[in-house]
Design a protein around this ligand. Structure first.
Ligand code: GLY
Length: 363
């Protein structure tokens, strides 16, 4: 079992990674915990029952709530459902929520834990690549509201995170692709990781052993960033939003037919095109990126997107200031944050994107 420490101003905790993490899971439950709610994603409950049996406490637990987590259900109604369950079962301030599922479930669980009685403990067991390398770590919680992604939420660190990569082996291909979007984001942030990916080519992502290594490397990058800037106050953490303003607009405009990581992948290409437009990178970098990751397929529904709808959603992004859309974009030396662009630039880069995708026959 590997472990990585996440140090923040509000809490220090560990991310445990390995196929044996559930063996010692019980030892990490604080003695003071009065009751445990296991919040489990419906898909995981159905498809990973053998793995779930390894969590002994779960088998003994009286309080299990299975949630159908979809982007449309990542809302206040689902939050209320969880809060009601906690109240009806007399959960108190010393209670704990253990969430077992992907990023959607982890975000709702973390949000519910953060507001119930002004905050009860939360342990994350992420079951997708995307949630393991990104959303389960660093304490961002939240739900969608008024059609806007993650517009309501809190910073609330979990007690610990337990990653059992065995969950990933049963993921449908679309979920693996979605996870790749976030993994590749770390490679843009850290050139050493990019080189590692290039040398290992596609086998990194599709063989079990190497993907474990990639997950560890990615979490370490995130741990270093979160340590410096837990609440995105200094700006450093904003680099983790690379490609995300585009991605949130794309996901929302597609009515969530595109998964988050798929949209992040496209968002990263768009961010590179913006950088090129402002002469911050050479065109070669875009071409290399598309070529290096050409095995990643882009969901067909992307072709039918109404770009004006994407821009409407991008306009309501939390990061915007003074009526301009604020982007995170790569430059030659570093990642630039709060890079303001006019809406016409956004329309323009979408036009250019189709040119690139055609050229590389990515569909
Ligand atoms: N997912 C971006 C962050 O955790 O800051």
């Amino acid at each position: 079992m590997n472990k990585i420490q996440i140090k923040t101003k509000t809490k220090n905790y560990y991310v445990f990674i390995g196929k044996d993490v559930f063996e010692s899971f019980e030892d990490f439950i604080p003695e003071s915990v009065s009751k445990i709610l296991f919040l489990i994603d419906r898909n995981v409950n159905e498809k990973c029952s053998v793995l779930l049996k390894k969590i002994k406490l779960l088998n003994k637990s009286k309080y299990n709530l299975v949630i159908h987590s979809s982007e449309k259900k990542k809302n206040l109604i689902t939050t209320q459902h969880i809060l009601k369950y906690l109240i009806e079962n007399n959960f108190d301030r010393r209670s704990l929520i253990v969430s077992i599922g992907g990023g959607l479930l982890g975000d709702i669980a973390g949000f519910s834990a953060s507001i119930y009685m002004r905050g009860i403990k939360h342990i994350q067991i992420p079951t997708t690549i995307l949630s393991a390398v990104d959303s389960s770590i660093g304490g961002k919680t939240g739900v969608n509201f008024y059609g806007i992604k993650n517009i309501i939420g809190t910073f609330y660190q979990p007690e610990s995170v337990f990653i059992n990569p065995a969950f990933f082996y049963s993921l449908p291909k679309i979920e693996v692709i979605s996870g790749l979007g976030e993994l590749i984001k770390y490679a843009i942030i850290n050139p050493k990781l990019y080189d590692f990916y290039k040398n290992e080519t596609t086998k990194i992502f599709f063989t079990k052993e190497v993907s474990d290594e990639v997950i560890l490397k990615s979490i370490k990058i995130k741990a270093d960033i979160v340590k410096e800037d837990e609440k995105e106050e200094k700006g450093i953490r904003k680099i983790l939003n690379l490609g995300h303003t585009f991605a949130h607009g794309i996901e929302s405009a597609s009515n969530f037919k595109l998964k988050h990581g798929e949209a992040v992948f496209i968002g990263i290409i768009l961010a590179l095109i913006v950088s090129r437009k402002f002469n911050l990178i050479e065109e070669e970098r875009i071409l290399n990126f598309i070529n290096d990751f050409r095995f990643i397929t882009v969901n067909k529904s992307f072709a039918n997107l109404d770009i004006s709808k994407v821009v409407d959603f991008m306009r309501s992004d939390k990061k915007n200031l003074n009526g301009k859309i604020n982007l995170v974009i790569p430059s030659k030396e570093k990642i630039l944050i709060d890079f303001p662009v006019e809406e016409k630039v956004i329309y323009n880069v979408f036009e250019e994107l189709s040119k690139y995708l055609k050229k590389y026959a990515i569909q």
